[in-house]
Design a protein around this ligand. Structure first.
Ligand SMILES: NC(=O)c1ccc[n+]([C@@H]2O[C@H](COP(=O)([O-])OP(=O)(O)OC[C@H]3O[C@@H](n4cnc5c(N)ncnc54)[C@H](O)[C@@H]3O)[C@@H](O)[C@H]2O)c1
Length: 256
């Protein structure tokens, strides 16, 4: 028996670093998953990798732009058609913006709010009827340490991540009577393809990132995506049955 045997999860941002690691871990633990991401091709690549690592994995690939409100209902409907239930929603999809607030454009605000914050609300709203029916439904929202520790230069992103924490608590309070738990995970520096590409563009390698001593946390290193996936798994599972409205920092002990 896996820790999620018999459960069905929708995972957004499923082709990204943390999303793919979460999808794989959920499959290893017996969960059937709907992996959602914006590009069909990258989604297929990740699903193929998971199937080769976990041969009995049951994965529904759903290419969709979750920032578009109209995408939410078909995502839930397709998952229900394929698997008959939804027990877990993991919102991971995210984009970054590096505009100073003094220069921030309305279209960038709308885009980043749509993907990083509103998609979490839209998906939750559409999944709630099924999550309530599941009786032990669980939502895990991926935020960031910068939700509580904002910095100069990524104000729009940090605002969306702070909003996720507020959304998480309100949803938890509203849904407790329906048996749905809602929690947030705040990752710190996590080594994902996004950061590897940025490092490569600056002339540095993945190995450089793996060996550098970082100042952001007391472990002085980057997390592997799987180290973020494990806390997501725990919060999603019935093992965390008394945990709701919580924010779990997964940050190697970040210095504020
Ligand atoms: N990697 C880190 O250091 C770190 C730290 C804190 C928080 N986070 C958060 O964790 C999450 C995953 O981060 P990651 O590093 O794996 O990033 P990533 O860029 O690899 O993954 C994000 C995924 O979201 C998908 N996505 C973007 N817009 C979408 C849309 N409109 N519709 C559907 N999918 C969309 C992307 O295609 C991508 O696959 C993000 O929310 C990020 O903000 C990451």
């Amino acid at each position: 028996m896996g820790r999620l045997t018999g459960k069905v999860a929708i995972i957004t941002g499923g082709a990204g670093g943390i999303g793919a690691a979460t999808g794989r871990l959920f499959c290893e633990e017996g969960c059937r998953i709907a992996l959602v991401d914006v590009t069909a091709e990258t989604l297929s690549d990740v699903a193929r990798e998971i199937r080769s690592a976990v041969p009995d994995a049951e994965i529904l690939e759903i290419p969709a732009d979750v920032g578009d409100e109209s995408a939410a209902r078909p995502i839930v409907e397709r998952t229900l058609d394929a698997f008959g239930q939804v027990d877990i929603l993991v919102n991971i999809a995210g984009i970054r913006s590096y505009e100073l607030l003094a220069d921030a454009k309305a279209e960038t605000w709308q885009k980043i709010l749509g993907v990083n914050l509103l998609s979490y609300a839209y998906l939750a709203k559409e999944a709630l009827p099924a999550l309530r029916k599941a009786e032990k439904g669980s939502i895990v929202n991926v935020s960031s340490t910068h939700a509580v520790n904002p910095r100069a230069g990524m104000g729009q992103y940090d605002v969306t991540k702070a909003g996720i924490l507020s959304l998480t608590k309100t949803l938890a309070f509203e849904e407790v009577e329906h048996g749905v738990r809602v929690n947030a995970v705040c990752p710190g520096l996590t080594l994902t393809p996004f950061h590897v590409k940025r490092a490569n563009a600056a002339g540095r390698t993945e190995q450089d990132l793996r060996t550098e001593k970082v100042d952001h946390n007391i472990q002085k290193r980057w997390a592997d995506a799987r180290e973020v996936a494990y806390p997501i798994l725990w919060l999603a599972s019935d093992e965390a049955s008394f945990v709701t409205a919580s924010t779990l920092m997964v940050d190697g002990g970040t210095r504020v």
